[in-house]
Design a protein around this ligand. Sequence first.
Ligand code: GAP
Length: 459
Amino acid sequence: MAENRMDKIISLCKRRGFVFPGSEIYGGLANSWDYGPLGHLLKQNIKNAWWKFFVQNRDDMVPLDTAIIMNPKVWEASGHLASFSDALVECKSCHQRFRADHLLLAESLKPEHEKAPPPQTVAEARCPECGGELTAPKSFNLMFKTFIGSTEDAAAVAYLRPETAAGMFVNFKNIQTVTRRRLPFGIAQIGKNFRNEITPGNFIFRTREFEIAEFEYFINPENWEQTFERWLHEIKRWWQEVMQINLDHLVWREIPDGERAHYSQRTVDIEYQYPFGVKELHGIAYRTDFDLLRHEQYSGTDLHYTDPDTGERFIPHVIEPTFGIDRMLLVALLEAYHEEEAPTATEGESETRVVMKFPKILAPLQVAVLPLSKKEELAAVGKPLAAALRQKFRVDYDETQSIGRRYRRQDEIGTPYCVTVDFDSLEDKKVTVRDRDTMKQERVAIAEVSAYLTAQFGL
Ligand code: GAP
């Protein structure tokens, strides 16, 4: 049933233009996805809402947009070159590679009747594809390597960034100097990242190219606990008020000692109940002064901060809330998907409608203007109305097919309001506004439609 829900969403995404398989006309590229017109809009709306909530609405945030290819020394300092890796095993028969930790887990997840006695160690595990013998685990770095310039030698090696955070750390001094910010303040950015994941999958959940929205919040370490709690509270508000998800679908997992990255003194993973299991959605970590200290050591640049009031000189500590944009989009799709019974045009009959109940602010399209038929006199009202609404809203104009089918299509792509122009509109200068969720219809004067919708969207 849960898998079925995922399949339905993937199929809807393709059919309606949210997400297409990447490079499809060439047979695709495994686990790569392209965002179609509606997917692009949804993603943009999530990014804009995130930016407004965490950056624009606050007075303690500074925006940034840094390069994807950085000086490779950045990745030495950050620890990515030495330790951003997964332990892999290879099957000696079929030569497929698997993450060692996933192998142990995979066996425990099998249905009872298929379960072999679970391996206690990787050495006991067999290939999940062919049952062959496996090699000992070997470390595999997840960064994508490339070369700068025309020579492909060791001196020209560079990497596509695996996270946006490093861009914020290496610019801390620049930003502090030009903005004259006092602690605490944050540096935020949204951007693409690249990781050569061994086990991508589950649609857009784990891919090799994805976007992160995150900020590094620089603090004096005194009272870091309170600052951490405040950010946890803001994160909860984000999921409740902006993304409007059912909070029962989230799991707030305190990462215990021994499981955290070595530099983190506290990490909370915010997990979500996906149809394929409870897995990470995003996280928040107290990274101490690890990053700036390392970049100071490796670059030789002084990254200390002097408190203008107390004269105290120290390396700022960092609290980092980090969000995967693609995972947020997946969650927005999962939360929005509803199947419900709705009446048809025939009295007493009903059918199942699929409706994407996105929060209104996130819906890819906000308003659809639908003349009842293709008649010119209706277009003469509908087209100028759509053009006027387009100045303020994301508007679709559609005059093909029956009105019932057009409502279903708009429901399926989550458009909160349909505005229907009919023959009465020519006389009474009113249109019918239909609400996506309640399906209630209201007559509104054409001259008032923009103000009516503005109020509905709370703009
Ligand atoms: N600077 C911290 C950092 O990068 P991370 O947990 O490695 O932390 C941040 O990544 C977020 O990016 C994750 O919480 C998740 O939402 C998303 N993410 C990580 N790997 C991903 C992948 N392969 N595909 C899609 N999203 C991913």
